[in-house]
Design a protein around this ligand. Structure first.
Ligand SMILES: Cc1ncc(COP(=O)(O)O)c(C=O)c1O
Length: 453
């Protein structure tokens, strides 16, 4: 029998609305010392059309025609059936993955980058500043800004800046400026360099720098853009899960049993999972698993607290699982998973028992990534290998139980510019980092007196 490996949608089948989980889960408000943060307070940071989305509790939000046109440059993305991976594991489970690596920047990140660039342009903004961990987000925003005609400035976490020079070149090719963070260009960066000149940097530090760069621009024409964490970013990514649902139906599946995505700030996971979280809220039996690194175990070992989203405490307090805003994670190669906090919506869904988070080590993840590359052909980003390792565990479990489960995961990006990590794995130079409980406790001391969500 002829196997159907890829389920493709036409451009005309693309979802016309995003799903907003904030309609179905109540997230505690952002807090400042004066109480809940009103929408207007964000005016220097984000354009008001995006702030409105951030606060919206409307369940379905129309995708503007202009954004749909940008998205069709590479969307809809294919849903693949991973036959050879199934065979290698010997599992009765049927494994599907949504291939987000086919976007121009190579990951899911452009789904929100083009939306954010478009809304900023509509609002009359001319320049965006942002941070990037692995370089995936920075390159996605650089690409989006070049499409709509905005300037773009990227603060790239020092360790990735050194490990991944080609990501920087992609940003420059699309016309953006990229500097290593911490940098001497901002007060936040200078303060950190003074205390720790050799710091590998962190997403928390780079976020502080990018926000400072936006709010201190006296022309008023710069805004900040965040590639993950916020409600509107999660929402823009739901196009992944909404497409996947249509594609599973075409594949003859009437339900998914297990949904998996790796989670740094939460956006690719949320994008695939939230439409299925809605089904779960409505009674469906689904295991929904965000996968994080054991070296940065926010959801599995952090408390649910109010904490800042960045190291220099420029953001208001956000209700989320956190390891403390000063936490600098070990220099693992999955740079996009090295974030101390987690999206408020992913955090609240976890708190409500809708999600079952899992923390995995990088060696198991790289092994999984290599099995995937050998069976399915595509070399995964180090972040994505965490999702694949969890898929393999679930597929083995299905084999032990003799169950024909449907496992769906998000293939969030390819690793063609992350081969240094593979080199280190293949030459035996990589090690696991378990984050000791006393280090977590030490980092959390600083936020002990904060209000509780
Ligand atoms: C390929 C890839 N997957 C996953 C992530 C993690 O981010 P998020 O949790 O927002 O999807 C990143 C972040 O840089 C990434 O580049």
């Amino acid at each position: 029998m002829k196997k159907i490996r890829k389920i493709l949608l036409n451009e005309s089948d693309m979802p016309r609305q995003w799903y907003n989980l904030a309609a179905d889960i109540k997230v505690p408000p952002f807090m400042s010392p004066n109480g809940p943060v009103p929408e207007e307070a964000w005016a220097p940071v984000f354009p008001m059309n995006l702030v409105e989305q951030e606060y919206s509790t409307q369940r379905w939000i129309d995708i503007p025609e202009g954004i749909l046109e940008l998205l069709t440059k590479w969307r809809p993305s294919p849903l693949h059936r991973a036959y050879e991976l199934e065979q290698a594991i010997g599992t009765p489970a049927r494994i599907y993955y949504k291939n987000e690596s086919l976007s121009p920047a190579g990951s899911h990140k452009p789904n929100t980058a083009v939306a954010q660039a478009w809304y900023n342009k509509e609002f009359g903004i001319t320049r965006l500043s942002t941070e990037t961990g692995a370089g995936q987000w920075g390159s996605a925003l650089a690409f989006a800004c070049s499409l709509v005609g905005l300037e773009c400035k990227v603060f790239m976490v020092r360790i990735s800046f050194d490990q991944k020079p080609y990501r920087k070149l992609m940003m420059q090719t699309w016309g953006a400026t990229c500097v290593a963070s911490p940098s001497k260009e901002t007060q936040a960066g200078r303060n950190i360099l003074e205390k720790t000149p050799d710091t590998p940097g962190s997403l928390g530090i780079a976020i502080s720098e990018a926000i400072e760069a936006a709010v201190t621009d006296t022309t008023g024409n710069t805004r900040y853009s965040l590639g993950s964490v916020l409600n509107h970013v999660m929402m823009h990514q739901t196009i992944i899960g909404l497409e996947a649902k249509k594609q599973l139906k075409i594949a003859g599946e009437n339900k998914a049993d297990v949904i998996i995505g790796c989670a740094g700030g939460g956006s690719n996971f949320a994008g695939l999972a939230f439409p299925f979280v809605l089904d779960k809220i409505n009674g469906a039996q689904i295991d929904i698993i965000p996968v994080e690194p054991a070296s940065c175990p926010t959801l599995t070992k952090g408390p649910y607290v109010y904490d800042h989203g960045d190291t220099a405490k420029m953001t208001p307090l956000v209700a989320m699982y956190s390891l403390g805003h000063s936490f600098v994670p070990a220099p693992i190669h999955a740079g996009g998973l090295r974030y101390h906090g987690m999206a408020p919506l992913v955090s609240k869904a976890t708190k409500e028992g809708l999600l079952s988070p899992l923390a995995l080590h990088q060696l198991e993840s790289y092994e999984a990534g290599i099995l995937f590359a050998k069976t399915e052909g595509i070399i995964p980003a180090p972040e994505t290998t965490h999702a694949i390792a969890a898929v393999i565990r679930e597929a083995k479990k299905a084999k032990e139980e003799g169950k024909q489960k449907v496992i769906l995961f998000n293939f969030s990006g390819h690793g063609l510019l992350d081969l240094t990590g593979y080199d280190r794995f293949l030459t035996g130079q990589l090690e696991n980092y378990e984050l000791p409980d006393d280090v977590i406790a030490e980092n959390l001391k600083e936020i002990a007196g904060y209000p509780k969500p």
